[in-house]
Design a binder for this molecule. Structure first.
Ligand SMILES: Nc1ncnc2c1ncn2[C@@H]1O[C@H](COP(=O)(O)OP(=O)(O)OP(=O)(O)O)[C@@H](O)[C@H]1O
Length: 255
């Protein structure tokens, strides 16, 4: 069951392509023949209940785990054969925060810049620009431990974009945030996507994080159950709301 999403017309560069990807943990299948693609500048929500395989998929795209079956391309570069080029084109915000809490925001970003071969001057300019976009420009000198959860997430997003990737992966980035911070983060990342043309893959199990214009990829028990716009999902399932459509596409999912 595959819904064709996206618009027709001139072909656009593909930011991410996953083809026929399968993966098992110690013989236990977790991803089964997963295929999906993201065009440049597209915001796609990877929507799946707990245990669907979202984090595993991210672990394969970021090469924390090696895939043996299937293919992953980032900006056209095969992850296995051209891993340096593929990694240079992706930014990641993992589910668990990974900032050093004893360093300042600026130091965290400077370190990331150095890892990506930026001079301190370039890293500093880019950090200031990214933080300004996220309304965080006044926090450069603060230690991360003094920031709120929402502010820390924004710093991680700024860090993920510092090396100017064309693809940003976010794995349940709103976990632990209150409703207002959650909403603000969803809106910020949509704006970044529109303004910077970066493709975004946003993993979540929360349907209220889907905005009407998003593409949605529904993952359940390691399989892509549907992909397309919200209207496509409603049409396919006969659901009146995205919530109903999601329930029909994920039978037996944990509540
Ligand atoms: N390191 C591991 N070893 C064995 N099984 C694992 C491992 N990591 C995840 N799993 C199992 O793989 C399945 C998919 O887990 P995964 O974390 O990828 O799903 P998810 O969609 O990200 O879920 P969640 O929203 O709860 O994080 C689950 O059944 C999980 O128990």
């Amino acid at each position: 069951m595959n819904l064709a999403g996206g618009s027709r017309g001139a072909p656009q560069p593909v930011a991410l392509e996953v083809r026929n990807l399968s993966f098992s943990y110690s013989g236990e299948p977790v991803l089964d023949d997963v295929s999906l693609a993201l065009k440049a500048g597209e915001f796609a929500v990877l929507l799946g209940p707990n245990g669907a395989g979202k984090t595993t998929l991210f672990s394969l795209i970021t090469r924390l785990y090696d895939h043996r079956q299937g293919e992953i391309r980032v900006g056209g570069f095969d992850l296995r054969r051209h891993s340096v080029q593929a990694h240079a084109r992706m930014g990641v915000v993992f589910q668990q925060p990974t900032l050093d809490q004893d360093l300042t925001v600026k130091q965290n970003l400077a370190y990331h810049g150095a890892l990506h071969g930026m001079t301190p001057g370039i890293a500093s300019q880019r950090a200031a620009r990214q933080l300004a976009r996220l309304d965080m420009q006044d926090n450069l000198g603060l230690r991360v431990r003094h920031l709120s959860g929402g502010q820390r997430r924004r710093v991680e997003i700024a860090r993920g974009l510092l090396h100017e990737p064309r693809l940003l992966l976010l794995d349940e980035p709103t976990v632990g945030l209150d409703i207002a911070s959650r909403r603000a983060l969803v809106e910020h990342v949509h704006r970044l996507c529109r303004e910077e043309g970066v493709a975004v893959l946003w993993a979540t199990h929360l349907i209220d994080e889907v905005q009407p214009e998003d593409r949605v990829i529904v993952l359940h028990r390691g399989q892509v159950r549907a992909k397309g716009g919200v209207a496509d999902l409603l049409a396919q399932t006969g659901g009146a709301t995205l919530g109903e459509a999601f329930e029909r596409l994920t039978p037996g999912a944990p509540a």
